[in-house]
Design a protein around this ligand. Structure first.
Ligand code: PPS
Length: 290
């Protein structure tokens, strides 16, 4: 039996954050974290490809040496900004450092703004995020029970989920002041042609990688390889926190699974809300919402 909502989430600057991993102290640590100019942070709304980036970034930064993904668990290899573990591993990270975060722009620490650190924002079709998150809420005991898919869809649209509304998150990171410090990529692009997506990221990070290195990285970052990598598949986490038998963390790894879950009514409701909230924004979505 899961605990009530207030036990599960910490309210922080208008956002609900899972208490299991977020503490006032870890958030203070994040706020005081000193970004360096050669850091790179992958920014994601939950379930958009975070752990994929924890696999990709070390390999792009080191030219394809597999040591980090074979010897270090993902949460220590590319730690989460905001999560308590960061304080324990921050000093051990070697430059160029890679981090991930679910933070909306407003939660980024002052040093991020004054540094030249780069950000890669990974965006995923929100319908697939909803589906992925629905299963994740069933397997992660530190998150609330999602209820029915219909109930969870309403919660998601209202932003009564960790890190708030998806639309607010994507809008928050469209900041002119970031200029060429940020690149945007989609989960779908990565699924469709991983080597091409890796090439784009590697160019953004000014890594001059050979085609051979890119192909090697793509092979080791495929869904199949990651699912078998015990440093990345959460098999080392106790069932008490994540029950992979209920739903594996690396669940399907595809785009379009929403088609197996949405009714026509749910689709119409979802599309109209998201559409309305993005009206007037000067960026377009790379996929159609309906
Ligand atoms: S979390 O909890 O926010 O950190 O989750 P996150 O890592 O952002 O997202 C989990 C989804 O990403 C999928 N994933 C991948 N898809 C394709 N290829 C690779 N290599 C890969 N690695 C992770 C993972 O399976 C989750 O999506 P779903 O749709 O649930 O399968």
């Amino acid at each position: 039996m899961k605990s009530p909502e207030f036990d599960i989430y910490l309210q922080y600057q208008g956002f609900l954050l899972p208490r299991e991993t977020h503490f006032l102290q870890s958030l203070k640590f994040a706020n005081e974290f000193k970004f360096k100019d050669d850091d790179v942070v992958a920014v994601t709304y939950p379930k958009s490809g975070t752990i994929w980036m924890q696999e990709i970034l070390p390999l792009l930064l080191n030219g394809g040496d597999l040591t980090p993904i074979q010897t270090t668990v993902n949460w220590d290899r590319v730690p989460w900004l905001g999560v308590k573990r960061l304080a324990e591993v921050a000093d051990k990270l070697t430059s160029p450092r890679a981090l991930v975060t679910h933070f909306p722009y407003s939660l980024m620490p002052p040093s991020f703004h004054t540094s030249k650190a780069k950000a890669i924002y990974v965006m995923r079709n929100p319908k697939d995020i909803l589906v992925s998150s629905y299963y994740f809420h069933q397997m992660a005991t530190f998150l609330e029970d999602p209820g029915t898919f219909d109930e969870f869809l309403e919660k998601f649209l209202e932003g009564r989920v960790m890190f708030g509304k998806w639309t607010d998150h994507v809008k928050s990171w469209r900041r002119a002041e970031l200029g060429d410090r940020i690149m945007f990529i989609t989960y779908e692009e990565m699924v469709q042609d991983l080597p091409a997506a890796l090439r784009r990221m590697s160019d953004f990070l000014c890594r001059n990688l050979s085609d051979e290195a890119i192909l090697k990285i793509a092979e080791h970052c495929s869904f199949k390889t990651m699912k078998a990598n015990r440093m990345s598949n959460f098999s080392q986490i106790s069932k008490e926190y994540m029950d992979n038998d209920k739903s594996p963390f690396l669940r399907k790894g595809i785009s379009g699974d929403w088609k197996n879950h949405f009714s026509p009514e749910q689709l119409a409701r979802f599309t109209s809300v998201i559409f309305k909230e993005l009206e007037g924004e000067n960026f377009s979505l790379p996929w159609s919402l309906d």
